[in-house]
Design a protein around this ligand. Sequence first.
Ligand code: PEP
Length: 254
Amino acid sequence: MANRKPFVGGNWKMNLHADEAASLAKQLVDSLPSNEKVDIAVFPAFPYLASVGAIIKDSAVKLGAQDFYFAENGAYTGEVSLSMLKDVGVEVVLVGHSERRHVLGESNALCNEKTLAALNAGMEVILCIGEKLEQREAGQTDAVNWGQMALGLAGVTAEQMSKVTIAYEPVWAIGTGKTATPEDAQKAHAAIRNFLTFAYGEKVASGVRIQYGGSMKPGNAKDLVGQTDIDGGLIGGAALKSADFTAICEAAIC
Ligand code: PEP
């Protein structure tokens, strides 16, 4: 099995104003483990990217953005480009988070445009995938994940896959307090890796990190990241508390 370095992301979503974001960033810089054993990124809201970036600069924590638009510039009112994100120090971007797909209506085609644009701009990408409850109950978990990867990764080369992380986030588990059992999550992650093997070959697939996301907290992180194909987590609610996020990052160092 490939020796994959775990990767933990803290998605702050539309939470934390300037002082709260700065205070959390300062606490994380003081408390998070060294980046030799785990990769860590935080994803503040757009207005605080620069200020949080200044605090975490030179620390183990990378700056991430929750969204962006794929065009380079122009008449796209309200949107933010990749080069603007680069200007303020962003190194990694989320694509296809379930809230963007299911609340804001983003399609697989748009996720694909974003993935390609971000990789071409030299960014790391976390492509989020996952099934809704009714799809899970209909036995469609793997089909949904494979479809979102096939469409979201269309045109991504094997070489570019070294900059891609997949976040498996069952929609019914995000922000609900419900978590997939470690066994169920591992089953889905193994199927995701099988897809990557089919698409890119075993060598590439075994190097791709697959995060679990969905109500991961200090109490369940160890059991989840202890699974063979779970390489860290994408964390929402628990990323807003320094102690909880730090405990999850420590649990990811197996
Ligand atoms: C997320 O926002 O990606 C997420 C997994 O949220 P939570 O940890 O709150 O379920």
